[in-house]
Every structure is written in C-alpha cells, then in structure tokens.
Design a protein around this ligand. Structure first.
Ligand code: HMG
Ligand code: MG
Length: 288
C-alpha cells in the first residue's frame, strides 16, 4: 500500500551501541520486549560485531536468547563479516544487515578496511544468507557528509547502492551518519540512486544532530521512498562518528507522516512510553 510508511526501529542497536554506560543484558531485553508491543514490523536488536570495537553490544547472543519474540515482528542484527553472520544464525536472527560507507576514511575507522574490501567480505555472507533463506539489508554510511573527509559524491553513493542491490540486498538504507545532510544534498543522493534502483529498495536513515532529519524525510517521501529508520527517544549515534547524535526520534517521524496523511500502524502512546524509557536508559544507564 503506497500510503503505508515502514518505520524500522533502531534504538536497541544504533541507540545502545553509543551509550557510555553498558546497559545490562536484562535491561536491554526488557526494553526490546516493550518495543515489541508498539506495532513495529522490524526491530534492530543488536550487532554481531567485534566486542573490542563495540563492547556495548557484546551480549548480542544473550539478548537474542532472552527476548520474547512477538509474532509478526522481525528481530534483526548487523553482521560485518562471516563470523558475525555465523553467530547471528546461531542466535536465530530473522534478518541481517551488512554495512559499508561512501567514505574510505569512515569505512576504515568503522570496519578496519576499505570500501572494496568490505564489499568483497559481504559475498560469502550473501551466499550463506541465501542458503539460510535470510533477508539481507545493506547500509551505506556517510551518504551526505563524512566526519573525516567532509564532501561525499552522491554518484559514489549510488554506485555502492547498486553493488549492494546486485549482490542481493533487498533494500539499501542511506545513512546520514553525521546529520549534516540537508534537503538539497539528500535530493542529490536520492536522484543518483534512482538511476539504478526503485525507491522501494531504498530507506532513509537520518541522524538528527542538526534537526535536518524531518526535512530530509519529506524529500524522500516526495521521491517515492516509504521506509525510514528511527529510534524511540532519538537514542543513538555512531561510536566512529564523533559528535553525531541519535537517529531521528520515532515519535517525531510517526507524528510527521501521520500529519501528512500516511499510515504507520504504530501505537503512538506505546512509542511515547518507550521514548521515555530510552531517555531513562540514556541518563541513568538503567531501565528501572
Ligand atoms: P578487525 O579487528 O579488522 O577484525 O575488525 P579481525 O578479523 O582482524 O579480527 C580481530 C578480532 O576480532 C579477532 O579476535 C576476531 O575473532 C574478532 P581475537 O583473535 O583478537 O581475539 N572478531 C569478531 N568477534 C566477534 N564478532 C565478529 C568478529 N569479527 C572479528 N563479527 C570488524 C573488523 C569489522 C570485525 C570490526 O571493525 C567491527 O566489529 N566493526 C564494527 C563497528 C560497528 O559496529 N560500528 C557501528 C555500526 S555501523 C553504524 O552505526 C552506521 C549505521 O547506523 C548507518 C549510519 O548511521 O551511517 C549502520
Ligand atoms: Mg546510524
């Protein structure tokens, strides 16, 4: 349905990966269980990345083991390499995501390799995902701006998006990691990507550091995109993007798109409650 907006909840992964305090496994599980009642079809639950790189999510396996899975909700995770993918399969993840960037320096800081090497690393993941019938989403970071290189060429973003789609990703999420992308830049990125793919295969992932996210989402909507990543309470950031704030708040995206006549099938009061819990996790490091 063209007026249905898919809001992909990111807070347990993109949110909690950036918290200074380690949120206990039990509190993560309680938070995810509460999110499961909001109406989301997908919750990015954790990451199977190196615990040395992101210690905050080193308990991914226990989180997946502990949550109560709600029928109709997919619990997803990031997998940067085969080791991460194998661990995700053991944890019975419903969908995985691979991630690269449109900036060489950011990619090196985030995954310790250049962009081409990261794309090569994804090939065995895609083969195994096919065998396991697991859908794979692709992320591109720094689509509008890089914290180390500044300018990012939208054509480069589109070429990488095309590579990810060609290797079998069902969707590519375009990440404005620093939140510096404005509506004009976002339009350029989408326009280039649409040379290769349909808006149905693209998602918007906006960090709201400079309050540009809602304007950027409007540009995406005008260009046919219907999937957006967000975090309740605006939780999040990226440990390898200094100063970047959280994903745009789910509450804000929901309110915006409803006011524009779209549907989300989310329970507004439940997402507000989860937003309060997210803020509490952020300020006190604990759920209760
Ligand atoms: P590396 O150090 O080059 O990896 O890291 P390696 O293959 O040389 O292995 C080194 C050690 O890590 C070994 O352990 C491996 O076993 C272990 P040791 O022998 O030293 O004890 N290891 C792993 N352990 C558990 N799970 C794994 C794994 N892989 C290796 N999967 C690597 C390369 C990619 C692993 C590392 O750089 C990494 O984990 N990076 C992840 C960084 C990250 O999670 N960043 C945040 C998510 S991306 C993001 O937030 C952006 C996004 O939101 C969009 C946007 O906003 O832009 C998606
Ligand atoms: Mg992000």
């Amino acid at each position: 349905m063209d007026n249905l907006i898919n809001i992909f909840e990111m807070s347990p992964r993109d949110g909690l990966q950036n918290e200074k305090n380690f949120i206990s496994t039990n509190d993560k599980i309680k938070f995810i269980n509460k999110l499961s009642f909001c109406g989301f079809k997908k919750i990015e639950t954790s990451s199977f990345v190196s615990p040395k790189w992101v210690p905050q999510l080193s308990d991914a396996r226990d989180v997946f083991r502990g949550i109560s899975r709600m029928k109709g909700v997919k619990y997803t995770a990031l997998t940067p390499n085969e080791k991460g993918f194998d661990n995700a399969v053991i944890a019975k993840v419903d969908e995985v995501a691979i991630f690269t960037a449109a900036s060489e320096t950011f990619n090196k800081k985030n995954t310790n390799c250049d962009i081409q090497t990261s794309l090569r690393r994804f090939k065995p993941i895609m083969n195994k995902a096919k065998k396991n019938k697991l859908p794979v989403r692709g992320y591109i970071s720094c689509v509008s701006h890089c914290p180390y290189e500044n300018y990012v060429d939208p054509k480069k973003v589109a070429l990488i998006a095309n590579e990810l789609i060609k290797m079998g990703c069902y969707e590519v999420s375009l990440g404005d990691t620093t939140g510096k992308g404005n509506a004009e830049q976002t339009f350029k990125v989408i326009k280039e990507c649409l040379q290769f793919t349909s808006p149905k295969n693209l998602a918007g992932h906006f960090h709201d550091t400079y309050q540009n996210a809602l304007d950027n989402i409007k540009v995406c909507l005008e260009n046919g995109m219907r999937t957006f990543d967000s975090s309740v309470g605006g939780l999040g950031g990226c440990p390898y993007s200094p100063g970047a704030k959280g994903n745009v708040a789910t509450e804000k995206v929901n309110k915006l798109v409803l006011s524009m006549g779209y549907k989300t099938n989310l329970d507004s009061s439940k997402i507000n409650e989860c937003g309060d819990i997210a803020k509490k996790l952020k300020t006190t490091g604990s759920y209760s």
